[in-house]
Design a protein around this ligand. Structure first.
Ligand code: NI
Length: 387
């Protein structure tokens, strides 16, 4: 097992890759230049099985160990950026106005490339490693599409692992937990249909604004009074559109919001009871509702065996005291969840130091974290596929 010092030389090279990627951010499935850069690097490391064009611009590359027969494990990095105008002030700021690597996927890609170079040179493991570079993590389901296009079966992947940087966590620290680590993401639309009229004569209307306001409060009661306080449910109403005038009661109000949960029961409960509460409250005042509920990313669920391997790999790199193995789940979501539905494995957080938060215009991936991410991947491979 290696300490982080093994990866200091690679850090210098990975820093150049990371800053190049940062300067050239691309969105969703349109990560063409990024995918080309990754493919060329992988080929230059002497990796000969590289499949491109999976889920449009995704890549899977296979490195065979020299330790004999064994299973294949998947390591995944995301490659896409966000439509944010960068304000980090860094010399390597985005050259594409309006696009920005504000979630650190440039760092994730550079770390997996660094690990690829090391593993292709040493091959000190049995079986194989599948390097998964996915497009479109930010809300466009690139991970799901790679699974649907059959990567798990085609490359005989038996376990799969993911990693994300975490601002606010010290560089050289890791965070992970067994079970749910990130939330399921759903959203909903509610249209409250009343009867419009003059705002001076409310008794001649069915005012959908007042009814919608009661529905918003009612939804918060689902969280505070109907959900076990030790379980997590987030319901946030985030859109509210009514009339555009001071003296008009509109005939309908449109609202929308998001739901985050960590367990399937609560997800079902939220879908069922948001409708019941909205419908019941509207009916009580003579209005009606239209309701739409959409399920997106599932819970990112860490499996016990994969979690233990990840804890061991990180612990061997930085010492057990720097690995928080009782990490509190985050209520954000992650489309790596689809890969963990297809195969067992684990997702881990890596400290990014005291940088701006993810998706903030001032954010930048911390290059000091690169050797830790590279080292984690290498240790994970050499632990899981010990020759
Ligand atoms: Ni991200």
């Amino acid at each position: 097992m290696h300490s982080v010092d093994t990866f200091r030389d690679l850090q210098r090279e990975a820093t150049e890759w990371r800053r190049y990627l940062h300067e050239n951010p691309e969105l969703d499935y349109r990560v063409h230049n990024t995918a080309k850069f990754v493919t060329e690097k992988l080929a230059s490391f002497g990796i000969n099985r590289i499949e491109t064009g999976i889920a449009e611009t995704g890549i899977v590359a296979l490195i065979q160990g020299e330790g004999g027969e064994g299973p294949t494990i998947g390591l995944r990095a995301d490659m896409d950026a966000l439509p944010i105008l960068e304000a980090s002030g860094k010399p390597w700021s985005s050259k594409i106005t309006g696009n920005m690597h504000a979630c650190g996927h440039d760092g994730h890609t550079a770390m997996l490339l660094g690990a690829a170079k090391y593993l292709a040179n040493t091959r000190n493991f049995k079986g194989s490693v599948a390097l998964i570079f996915q497009p479109a993590e930010e809300g466009a389901l690139g991970g799901l599409r790679m699974v649907q296009e059959g990567i798990m079966d085609r490359f005989s992947i038996s376990q799969v692992f993911g990693m994300h940087n975490s601002p606010g966590m010290e560089v050289g620290n890791f965070g992970i937990c067994d079970g749910p680590i990130m939330a399921a993401l759903d959203d909903f639309d509610i249209i409250v249909k009343g009867k419009g009229g003059h705002a001076a004569s409310p008794h001649r209307t069915i005012d959908p604004v007042v009814i919608a306001a009661q529905i918003i409060l009612g939804l918060q009661t689902l969280v505070s009074r109907n959900t076990n306080p030790l379980e997590a449910l987030v319901i946030s109403v985030t859109k509210f559109n009514a009339a555009q005038a001071y003296n008009v009661i509109p005939d309908h109000v449109e609202m929308a919001g998001t739901v985050r949960t960590l367990v399937p029961d609560l997800r079902d409960f939220a879908e069922r009871q948001i409708l019941a509460a909205a419908h019941g409250i509207a009916r009580a005042f003579g209005a009606d509702v239209e309701f739409k509920y959409r399920r997106h990313d599932p819970v990112t669920f860490n499996h016990t065996e994969g979690t233990n391997l990840a804890i061991k790999a990180a612990g061997n790199l930085v010492g057990a005291a720097s690995v928080d193995d009782k990490f509190k789940p985050r209520m954000g979501s992650e489309d790596f969840a689809y890969m963990l539905e297809a195969r067992p494995g684990a997702f881990i957080f890596l400290g990014n130091g005291s940088t701006a938060n993810l998706h903030n215009p001032a954010y930048d991936f911390n290059d000091e974290a690169l050797p830790y991410g590279i080292g984690y991947w290498v240790n994970l491979v050499e632990t899981t596929l010990a020759a």
